[in-house]
Structures are given as C-alpha cells and as structure tokens.
Write a protein that binds this ligand. Structure first.
Ligand SMILES: Nc1ncnc2c1ncn2[C@@H]1O[C@H](COP(=O)(O)OP(=O)(O)OP(=O)(O)O)[C@@H](O)[C@H]1O
Length: 210
C-alpha cells in the first residue's frame, strides 16, 4: 500500500470565481507535496476539501486506493492528521494543559507532556496560560501533535507560520523523520522549504488568475 491518496479532477468555485479546476495528483509514501500560491489562491480551500471540511463542485478524492481497508470515512480519518492554519490552542489553559488536552482528544494516553514541551522548546513556560504566549510559542504547542501522531498522512496548513528559524529547522527535522518512516505530508507554505525532501512534489494553485 504505497499510494496514500489519489485526487482526480477537483474543481472549486468560491467567492464567484474558479479557484482550481481539473486538479489531480497522487501521493505515495515518503512524498512531500508543497502547495504554493498567492493569498486567496485556494490553498486552504484545497486542504480543507481533502479532509471533508469544504465541499467541492466536482472531483474524486480517494484515500488508500490500493487497499481494501480502511473502507469508510471514520477509518481514513484516523489515518490523516490535519492541522489548520490557526494554532487552535485554548487561551485560558496552560501550555501543559493544552498539550495534555490535545493528546487526550487524539486518543493518545502514553505521552509525557513535559517531554513534548521540552522537545518544542517550551520548558519553563508550561504553567503560563497559552493566551499569554507569543504566536510562535502557541504554534509550537499545536505542533506537539506531530511528535506522537501515528497517522501516515499529515495535512498541514501553513505549519511554519510565526516560527523562528530554529522552530522551522526543528519542524523540518520532524518532517524528514516522518517521511523516512514511510509517512507523507501535504503542506502549504509561502516560504520555500530549506530542507530537501527525497520525494518533493510542488503544486501551484493560481486561484484562476493565471
Ligand atoms: N468560508 C468561505 N466562504 C466563501 N469564500 C471563502 C471562504 N473561505 C475562503 N473563501 C474564499 O476562497 C478564496 C480562497 O481562500 P483560501 O483561504 O483557500 O486561500 P489561500 O490560498 O489559503 O490564501 P492565504 O495564502 O491567504 O492563506 C478566497 O477568495 C476567499 O475569499
């Protein structure tokens, strides 16, 4: 089962224009798909459509096409980790509580939240309400999920947003580990990757303007 996803002839119309049409790609284990495009081009729309949060006008999205399993929507959802462009942390909870809650909601019990905070460079800030942390620190809380996710496919909308150079480097190291272990990643980013994935695909969404 090396193909994780096939996407055929997707069409999205939004805000009175066609964002993309006839958009097709395959994603194999080990692949990184970097989706590029200007503000408003339709990158988030595409990612959200892939995980069923936005309805498209046409097209076919198929997870694990070579496998008899998983067969229903619930099964593929457990195999896909989606992180949207907002960090999605709870402002009133501490950094530590946020990490624990995220793990709990992901159905993971065997994690050590302190260890995760140390991994993403937040030790010392664990007892502060997340709302008092910087944008980059909040992003780091959200990204701790990538250190325990068992999902082979990660779909990440602007994961580098607000991260400093060290944070970007740390995240790309994690991406490299994930793809080396047979995972795949679809991500949007306005900045080029500074890491060179072994299997990189680039897809430019034009928002109908080019
Ligand atoms: N909920 C919505 N309802 C209607 N139109 C929307 C909605 N969300 C986004 N759009 C429109 O769809 C278009 C594409 O938006 P999208 O968020 O996918 O762009 P993007 O490429 O991710 O942009 P950015 O780089 O700024 O994040 C924009 O014109 C936007 O106004």
């Amino acid at each position: 089962m090396s193909t994780l996803l096939t996407v055929k002839q997707l069409v999205s119309q939004r805000a009175g224009r066609t964002l993309f049409a006839d958009l097709s790609f395959d994603l194999q284990r080990g692949d990184v798909l970097h989706i590029e495009g200007v503000n408003g081009a339709g990158k988030s729309t595409l990612l959200r459509a892939l995980v069923g949060l936005v309805q498209l006008q046409a097209g076919d999205i198929r997870y694990f096409p070579e496998s008899a399993l998983p067969t229903d929507a619930n099964d593929w959802r457990q195999q896909v980790l989606f992180l949207g462009h907002k960090p999605g942390v709870k402002a009133e909870l501490t950094a530590l509580e946020n990490v624990s809650l995220q793990a709990q909601l992901s159905g993971v019990e065997s994690i050590e939240p302190w260890q995760l905070l140390a991994t993403v460079g937040l030790l010392g800030l664990e007892d502060l309400p997340a709302g008092q942390l910087s944008a980059g620190q909040q992003r780091r809380i959200a990204l701790t999920r990538l250190w325990y996710s068992q999902a082979p496919l990660w779909i990440l909308d602007e994961p580098f947003t607000a991260l400093d150079t060290d944070g970007i480097e740390l995240l790309q190291q994690r991406f490299a580990e994930h793809t080396a272990a047979g995972g795949a990643i679809i991500l949007t980013s306005h900045q080029p990757l500074t890491w060179q994935p072994t299997r990189l695909q680039r897809l430019r969404i034009t928002g109908g303007d080019e």
